[in-house]
Design a binder for this molecule. Structure first.
Ligand SMILES: Cc1cc2nc3c(=O)[nH]c(=O)nc-3n(C[C@H](O)[C@H](O)[C@H](O)COP(=O)(O)OP(=O)(O)OC[C@H]3O[C@@H](n4cnc5c(N)ncnc54)[C@H](O)[C@@H]3O)c2cc1C
Length: 300
C-alpha cells in the first residue's frame, strides 16, 4: 500500500476508512487476515466518489454485507473491502411494494414489511445478514428464495448505476449472476397484503424452527456446502462419518453436519483443509462433488 493510494482514498471518502482491518471482525466464522483498506461510504454518492478512485487506480475491491456467508483466507484482502452498512433506508411504495437499500439487515426488512401488513418475506427472518448479501447469493429457506420477490435491482458497475428488472436477471439456487465488480445497491420487492397476526405468526414460527434446529453453539456461517440436486449435504457428510471431525480450531458441528464451526482459535486454513477432507470423502463414497455455499475470498 503506497502513501499515494492512502492519500487518494482518504480524500475521496466522506465516510470511514480503516487500514489493515482484520477481516475476522467482519465474518461470522471469525477468521480472515487484514484488508489493506476497509471503507464505509456515507451514502451512494460517497460510494461513487470512492469507486472513481478505485477504478482509476485499478485496485481490487470486494463488497461485504454481514459476512455470514464469507470465508476470508488468512492472508487477508489486498485492496479495498467496502461495507454498505450505512445504506439502510427502506420505504413503502405504491402497489404493495417496498424498496430497501443493501445495508438494511434482513431482520429490519422483515419487520418493516410486517409493519406495513405485507407478506412474502417472512422466511428471511432467521437468515442473518444484510439485504445486499441476501440478494447477491439469492438467500432462501423453506422452499423460497429472496429473488423470487424482487421486482427490480439497482446496481453499480464501473461507477454507473443501473436498474434491472427480475425478468432480465439470471439467478438460481443460492446464485445471482452479477457482472464482474457489480455492486448491489438496493431492491424493490413486490409483496402481497396479508393478515398482520398471521404474518407475525409465520415470522415467529420460522425463528422458532431455527432456534431448535441450528443451535450449534459456536461461530459458523450456516450451511457450508450447497445441497446437491435431490440430496442433502448434511446427510452425505454424516454418512462418511465426519460428524465432530476437527482440524485445528475448525470442526464439523456435532449438531448439524453441514455447519462448520470455530471451536476457538481457528484459522481460515483449518476450515479450508476440513472442507477438502469432507469433499474428498464424500466424492470417494458417493461420487458426488460438494460445492461450497460459503464464498471464499482473499490471499493465502
Ligand atoms: C446460523 C446461520 C444460518 C443461516 N441460514 C441460512 C439460510 O437458511 N439460507 C441462506 O440462504 N443462507 C443462510 N445463511 C448464510 C447467510 O446468512 C446468507 O447467505 C446471507 O444472505 C449472507 O448475507 P451477508 O450480508 O452476510 O453477505 P456476506 O456474507 O457479507 O456476502 C456474501 C457474498 O455476497 C457478496 N456481497 C455482499 N453484499 C453485496 C453487495 N451489496 N453487492 C454485491 N455483492 C455483495 C459478498 O462479496 C460475498 O461474495 C446462514 C448463516 C448463518 C450463520
Amino acid at each position: 500500500m503506497t502513501d499515494d493510494t492512502r492519500t487518494r482514498l482518504v480524500a475521496a471518502l466522506r465516510g470511514e476508512l480503516r487500514f489493515n482491518e482484520p477481516m475476522a471482525r467482519h465474518t461470522a466464522l471469525k477468521v480472515g487476515g487484514p484488508a489493506d483498506f476497509f471503507a464505509i461510504p456515507a451514502d451512494p454518492s460517497d460510494l461513487q466518489s470512492l469507486m472513481a478512485v478505485i477504478l482509476e487506480m485499478g485496485m481490487p475491491y470486494l463488497v461485504v454485507g454481514g459476512g455470514y456467508n464469507l470465508l476470508v483466507r488468512d492472508g487477508g484482502f489486498r485492496g479495498v473491502v467496502i461495507s454498505l452498512k450505512q445504506f439502510c433506508s427502506m420505504e413503502k411504495l405504491p402497489d404493495n411494494r417496498l424498496r430497501a437499500e443493501a445495508g438494511s439487515t434482513n431482520q429490519q426488512l422483515v419487520r418493516f414489511a410486517n409493519g406495513q401488513g405485507l407478506t412474502g418475506l417472512e422466511f428471511l427472518s432467521g437468515i442473518p445478514g444484510m439485504v445486499g448479501g441476501a440478494l447477491s447469493v439469492n438467500a432462501g429457506a423453506h422452499g423460497r428464495s429472496v429473488l423470487e420477490l424482487v421486482e427490480s435491482l439497482t446496481t453499480m458497475q464501473g461507477g454507473k448505476v443501473t436498474v434491472t428488472f427480475r425478468e432480465d436477471l439470471r439467478y438460481g439456487y443460492r446464485h445471482l449472476e452479477l457482472k464482474p465488480g457489480e455492486i448491489v445497491l438496493a431492491a424493490v420487492f413486490s409483496l402481497a397484503v396479508g393478515d398482520a397476526e398471521e404474518i407475525e405468526g409465520r415470522t415467529q414460527g420460522y425463528l422458532e424452527h431455527r432456534r431448535n434446529s441450528q443451535r450449534v453453539g459456536y461461530p459458523n456461517a450456516g450451511s457450508f456446502f450447497k445441497n446437491p440436486e435431490g440430496k442433502q449435504a448434511w446427510r452425505l457428510i454424516d454418512e462418511v462419518g465426519l460428524r465432530g471431525c476437527q482440524i485445528g480450531g475448525a470442526q464439523v458441528s456435532e449438531v448439524h453436519t453441514n455447519f462448520l464451526v470455530n471451536r476457538g482459535g481457528a484459522k481460515a486454513a483449518d476450515f479450508l483443509q476440513l472442507a477438502q477432507v469432507i469433499k474428498s470423502k464424500v466424492r470417494e463414497q458417493s461420487g458426488i462433488d460438494l460445492e461450497e455455499e460459503v464464498r471464499i475470498v482473499g490471499a493465502d
